[in-house]
Each structure stands twice: as C-alpha cells, then as structure tokens.
Design a protein around this ligand. Structure first.
Ligand code: FMN
Length: 366
C-alpha cells in the first residue's frame, strides 16, 4: 500500500471523501520558502467546483490549516502537515451502493481488497476528494518552481471528441490567462463554448463524458530525470495515473509516433540565442527519460465518471444476484475542469523532487 509519492520531496496523503477531512504531509521541503495558508488556498480554490451546471453540487469550503513545518512565515525544513476538514458530507445515500458497486468505479475492487472494511462513503480513498491533498502539496511545489522560473499550465484539449484547435503554446503566460477565463479550462474559446454546452446537456440527462487534458511545462532546465527507472516521463506518468479517472498518458506526439517515419519524428537540433533547441517538439521535451530544455508537453486522458443517473446493471454482493442500480447523489458529469489544477500539482510534485535529486534546488533557499 502506498499513499506516498517522491524520494527527497515526499508527500503522503490521507483522508476519505466523507471522513473528518483530507490532508497531506510534505517531507523534504527546502527551508526558507515564505509560505502561508493563503498560498495554499489559492490553488485549492482553483480546484473547487465553479459552475454548478457542470460539477457536483457538493459545496466544500476547502479551508486549509497548516499544522506544522512553517515558522515565522517560512518553511523550516521539517515536515509540513496540512489538513482540510470535510464539511458538506451527506452519506446516507451511500448505504444503497455499499453492497451494490457502481459499474466502473472502485467500489467493487475496494470491497474485495479490504474485505468490506473500507470506508465506502463517497468512494472513500478512491474519491476525487483526495486530490485536495495533492493540490495542497502542489501549491508548495508550484511556489518552489516559480523561484526557478518554471511554469506549468494544464488545459482541456478534447471533450467527447470536441477538440481545441486554435491555441498557442509559444507563450505560456497568455495560454494560462485564456485557460483561466474558460469555465472548462479550454484555451480555444469556440471549442470551450461547445464543450460547455455538451457537458451541461450530458449532465442533464444523467450521463457523463470523458476528455483529454494537455500539461505544458516551460523553462525546465535540460538533464532533469534519473535513468534507468526514475525517468522524468515515467515519474510524471505515475503521478498522473494516481489521479482518479486517468486512463492514459502520452508525451509529445505520443501514440501518433507509431505511424511516423524517423525522418518525420526526430526533432532536429538548432541554435537560438546561444541555446541548443529543437525545431519540432515531437518527443514532448523528454528524451531518454531526461528533459531536453524544450517545453515538456504531455496529454492525459480522463474516462467519463462512473456515477451516472442512467440505470445500470450491477451485482448485489450479499444476495449474489444481478440487480439494476439507479443512482441519485452528487456527482461531476465531467472530471476535466476540476482535474486541471490536480494535474498541475501532480507535475509540480514530481519536478520539485527531481530538481532536488539533481542538486538544482538547494535544501535551504536564500
Ligand atoms: C476532481 C475529481 C472529481 C471526480 N468526481 C467524480 C464523480 O463525481 N463521480 C465519479 O463517479 N467519479 C469521479 N471521479 C473519478 C473517480 O474517483 C474514479 O473514476 C474512480 O475512483 C475509479 O478510478 P479509475 O477511474 O481511475 O479506475 C473524480 C475524479 C477527480 C480527479
């Protein structure tokens, strides 16, 4: 069992969807970073549902408390513990699915793995709620990265086949601004509107949709990553796959590489302003598991959420008979808009760990 991620910058998450709260212990954060609860709150607020028409009606204030590791406004180098209490919990409904697992959710596998002792309410540890902890830790990582000029943007590029086409990756600051303006986190305003309409429509009929997010990391120095097993792409993919609902990750042109020739795929080197750069970025800024100094670009696929109001077939695990399941309860019809800050955080956690391993980030900041 592992609720921890990272080697030298190590985060351990805890909590359940309908328990007392969720939180995280961040061990290995460099000392000397000025940090307050409001730094964390900004990121947590980004993750909160914004538009009730396209997200769960559960309204959690998500107020963070820092319990340790910060003194006189600066990190001390000791573990930072943060907690967010759950306040808008309605659990009665989940008795219905206790022994009738939702198809596609983790209810059945959790029941088998933990012998029925698991906290099944709201999906327990498998709930998207646990990503609050990732985002709280991610806020620290993002603040550390900003000291090195490294920036991460996550944006929606596809929802149920509607594709974002008109956006520009060359200026990450303007990309971030456009993404922030879209209720669905899409940088192409026309596609954003279509996506929004679709998610609303699908939610109204009690169904759900999946999609693809793109994560862009700019200004990462070359040479970050640890062959053989701790490659940068491997560690990023692992962090992304820990986010509930993620079903695939690709870097650069990703799976399209299978139908390209070497002469088309290879990113030619050239010089720009005294720096070695590549003319294309088909490898997504990572070669041999190491950053090459170009933007890291990867795409992450989210499945449509399992909790839908349309009746589905399941098995009653006590009576051992097939039954119909009709869900009520509070759900997101699409994970993407809420997952974008989680993706940024996941990437930031991995990058800080690797920058410390590479001795680029010192243990004391001055
Ligand atoms: C921010 C966020 C919110 C989510 N909201 C829901 C939801 O409302 N309903 C649901 O069925 N799944 C939701 N999920 C996804 C489930 O937690 C996930 O599908 C489930 O744990 C099974 O894991 P898997 O899809 O990775 O196999 C959410 C995930 C995230 C990251």
């Amino acid at each position: 069992m592992s609720f921890s991620l990272g080697k030298l910058f190590r985060v351990t998450v805890f909590g359940e969807s309908h328990g007392v709260g969720v939180g995280v212990v961040v061990d290995g954060c460099p000392a000397g970073l000025n940090l307050s609860e409001s730094d964390i709150q900004v990121e947590l607020d980004r993750r909160r549902p914004k538009n009730p028409e396209i997200s769960t009606p559960r309204t959690e204030p998500d107020r963070v408390r820092i319990l340790s590791g910060v003194f006189n406004g600066f990190t001390t180098g000791a573990p930072i513990t943060m907690v967010v209490f759950n306040e808008d919990v309605k659990s009665d409904y989940y008795e219905l699915i206790r022994y009738r697992p939702r198809p596609g959710h983790a209810d059945y596998v959790a029941y088998v793995k933990y012998g029925g002792f698991n906290d099944f309410r709201g999906g327990g540890i498998f709930s998207g709620r646990v990503t609050v902890a990732m985002v709280a830790a991610g806020a620290i990582a993002l603040k550390l990265l900003s000291r090195f000029g490294i920036k991460i943007v996550a944006h929606t590029v596809n929802i149920n086949g509607i594709e974002a086409r008109n956006y520009d990756l060359s200026d990450i600051n303007s990309l971030e601004e456009v993404v922030e303006r879209s209720p669905i986190g899409c940088a192409d305003p026309k596609a954003s509107e279509e996506m929004l309409g679709l998610v609303k429509k699908v939610g109204e009929v009690g169904d759900s949709v999946g999609g693809i997010a793109e994560v862009v990391i700019s200004n990462l120095p070359p040479g970050i990553g640890e062959p053989f097993f701790d490659t940068l792409d491997g560690d990023l993919a692992k962090a992304f796959f820990s986010i509930p609902g993620v079903k695939g990750v690709e870097f650069g042109v990703g799976f399209k590489a299978a139908s390209m020739l070497g002469s088309q795929y290879n990113d030619s080197f050239s010089l720009a302003n005294g720096r070695v750069v590549t003319k294309t970025n088909n490898s997504g800024g990572i070669q041999g598991g190491l950053s090459n100094g170009m933007p890291v670009v990867c795409r992450v696929v989210f499945r449509p959420p399992s909790s839908i109001r349309i009746p589905q077939r399941t098995v009653d695990l006590i009576k051992y008979e097939e039954v119909e399941l009709s869900l009520s309860g509070r759900y997101d019809p699409c994970i993407l808009p809420r997952a974008l800050p989680v993706l940024r955080s996941a990437a930031a956690l991995v990058l800080v760990d690797h920058l410390i391993i590479s001795h680029v980030m010192p243990r004391v900041l001055r």
